[in-house]
Design a protein around this ligand. Structure first.
Ligand code: BGC
Length: 609
């Protein structure tokens, strides 16, 4: 019989060690090779005493000096904004002279901490040092209610709540704090403020707006831009983006091209006169406030995707309103213009788009645009004009002077001072819609109160979408106080508070003079939130019903991004409070419930009871 011949394991060890050594040597060689593939050694450009690097020189002189040294490909690179997850090799920033890198929501570092954000973003900035002229990228994020990508950051109420405050000073301070928390992670560019004016509340983006009153939207939009872009000494420190130009808030239900959506990214079926009358004012205000960038909507108007609309982008926005910053397209909007990527890019750039959010196919885009210039489909002047505007923003922001190696101080992120401001925003945003027989402020000394509801003790619900994840989170994974925490903290010591989410209290004999139920919408973003009938869920209604049977007076707090249809139930409730999507400082609700502050919020949208 043939005997099996087995080698002892230890004889393989040297081979395994050799393989590991080989892999390590190869990885080092690969990394070194990547660096040598970059066109220039890092910082080489700095040795040449160039005007564009002189921080004392005039911004325009620096821009022109830089522009005249750039190749066509480098200029096109500047017009390119790429989602970070589609960059497989960070050196592409240098290789293609990319203008911007961004995080779509979900574009977070592997470990989602402020420090990892800082390192991730600085990696891209440092990669810029390897490019021929050392032009830094801009890194953009959606910090639409605080730097809410990042755990531990202060999460402010969504804009709909800020719309209810009608307080421009508050909005200005919030924007300033947002810029500060972003800067701690090395980010100076925000895709905010949203200046859409919603007409159809079934749309999933109503809560991202300051509401339907265009004067209020204009005033708060300007306040946001001022606070975000300028520090207390009026230095230009960060770049805001007014979005979505224009008419995004008045699309027709059922026109969404995306089959999962109903109205979002659909068609704005109104006349030019209505478009101007209903939607232009906030953008005019933004231009007056010197906004650095404007993002073009994903909607269609006059049979064309907005990004293809030369008249609205060039004639109206740039010439008539005098917008002098750069125009940015939104997400895949440019490539939705036509089936051909080449043609789409040509149409959008000729329409006046300066920077294209691709977000993925940057190599194809750069190749196509270079070809279009060679063929005369896009003029060299148009490319120069676009690149000039982007470079001006970078130079004005001081991107060339920043030190991307220095350590950062993360202490401002979610600081007590910032959270106090968020708490103020929450209490000013609350709207008391009904208050029979002075149910509010709550009087519960020496007495008890029952609390229930799906949104009473759930951070995810109160922060809404664009918080950690694009579609938001569920449960208490965001730092701060839930509405329940806040009530417990501020309730008089002589009172007793009982909580059961579904109003199934352990002691079934429990009764109380007052009950609060906190209910509302689950988080949603963009078209995912398109809803033919925004209302309360059966579960929420059941909880309210149960609570009604246990208490003398019932307060219902609605946590939602838009008006909900509650007409048929409201007669049964003693008080109704619209809390919108209050963010991380739920305690601001208790400030109002207990009458610690006057209730100042007023409806930013129509909501009939
Ligand atoms: C949204 C924009 C957002 C962009 C980047 C798009 O889907 O429409 O508002 O700024 O994504 O995340």
């Amino acid at each position: 019989m043939k005997k099996n011949f087995e080698l002892p394991f230890y004889l393989f060890l040297p081979i395994i060690i050799l393989i590991i050594c080989f892999i390590i040597i190869w990885m080092n060689f690969y990394a070194a090779n990547l660096k040598s593939q970059s066109i220039y050694a890092p910082g080489l450009y700095r040795e040449q005493n160039l005007l564009y690097l002189d921080s004392e020189a005039q911004i325009n002189d620096r821009v022109e000096d830089l522009l005249k040294q750039m190749t066509l490909l480098e200029k096109i690179g500047q017009m390119t904004l790429v989602e970070k997850n589609s960059i497989k090799d960070p050196f592409d920033v240098a290789r293609y002279s990319l203008g911007g890198v961004m995080s779509g929501f979900g574009g977070k570092p592997f470990n989602n901490t402020p420090k990892d954000w800082y390192e991730m973003v600085n990696n891209y900035y440092q990669a810029g040092e390897y490019s021929r002229l050392g032009i830094p990228v801009l890194y953009g994020v959606d910090s639409v209610h605080g730097h809410s990508n990042v755990p531990g950051a202060t999460v402010f109420p969504h804009f709909i709540g800020l719309g209810a405050t009608k307080n421009p000073d508050l909005v200005k301070n919030i924007a300033r704090v947002t810029a500060k928390e972003m800067a701690a992670t090395g980010i100076y560019w925000n895709f905010a403020p949203n200046l859409d004016i919603p007409f159809d509340y079934r749309w999933g983006r109503v809560y991202e707006t300051f509401g339907s009153d265009k004067d209020n939207v204009t005033t708060l939009g300007q306040a946001f831009i001022n606070g975000f872009q300028y520090d207390k000494d009026n230095n230009f420190v960060a770049l805001a983006t007014a979005k979505h130009f224009v008419g995004n808030g008045q699309m027709t239900w059922g026109t969404a091209v995306n089959s999962d959506y109903r109205i979002d990214q659909g068609t704005t079926n109104i006349s030019e006169a209505e478009l101007r009358e209903n939607h232009l004012a906030p953008f005019k205000g933004a231009v007056e406030a010197n906004v650095g960038a404007v993002m073009i909507g994903l909607n269609t108007f006059d049979g064309k995707k907005l990004a293809a609309n030369n008249y609205l982008i060039t004639d109206v926005l740039k010439e008539e309103l005098g917008f002098n910053g750069f125009v940015l397209s939104d997400w895949y909007g440019v490539y939705e213009i036509s089936g051909s990527k080449y043609e789409s890019a040509v149409i959008a750039i000729n329409a006046g788009v300066d920077m294209v959010m691709l977000p993925f196919d940057y190599k194809i885009f750069i190749r196509d645009v270079a070809e279009a210039v060679e063929k005369g489909d896009i003029s060299q002047t148009r490319i120069d004009d676009a690149a000039r505007k982007i470079l001006r923003a970078k130079i004005a922001l001081g991107m060339f002077e920043k030190d991307f190696d220095s350590p950062s101080d993360f202490s401002s992120i979610g600081s007590a001072e910032h959270r106090d401001l968020a708490r103020q925003a929450v209490r000013e945003s609350l709207v008391i819609m009904k208050n029979n027989q002075e149910t509010l402020p709550l009087k519960i000394e020496n007495s008890s109160m029952l609390i229930a509801g799906s949104a009473a003790n759930n951070m995810g619900r109160q922060t809404g979408a664009w918080t950690i994840e694009w579609q938001g989170v569920n449960g208490n994974v965001v730092e701060g106080t839930t509405i329940l925490d806040g009530i417990k903290q501020l309730a008089p010591e002589s009172s007793q508070i009982y909580f059961a989410e579904n109003a199934n209290f352990e002691n079934s004999n429990l009764r109380a003079p007052i009950g609060i139920v906190v209910v509302g919408e689950k988080p949603y973003a963009e078209g995912v939130g398109d809803n033919p009938n925004p209302s309360l869920s059966d579960l929420d209604l059941e909880t309210i019903e149960k609570m009604r049977g246990l208490v003398d007076k019932l307060v219902v707090i609605i946590v939602s991004g838009r008006p909900l249809d509650i007409k048929q139930y409201v007669d049964d409730w003693d008080a109704v409070v619209a809390a919108w999507l209050p963010g991380s400082e739920g305690i601001g609700c208790a400030d109002i419930l207990f009458g610690k502050y006057p209730a100042l919020g007023t409806l930013p949208v129509e909501w009939e009871l």
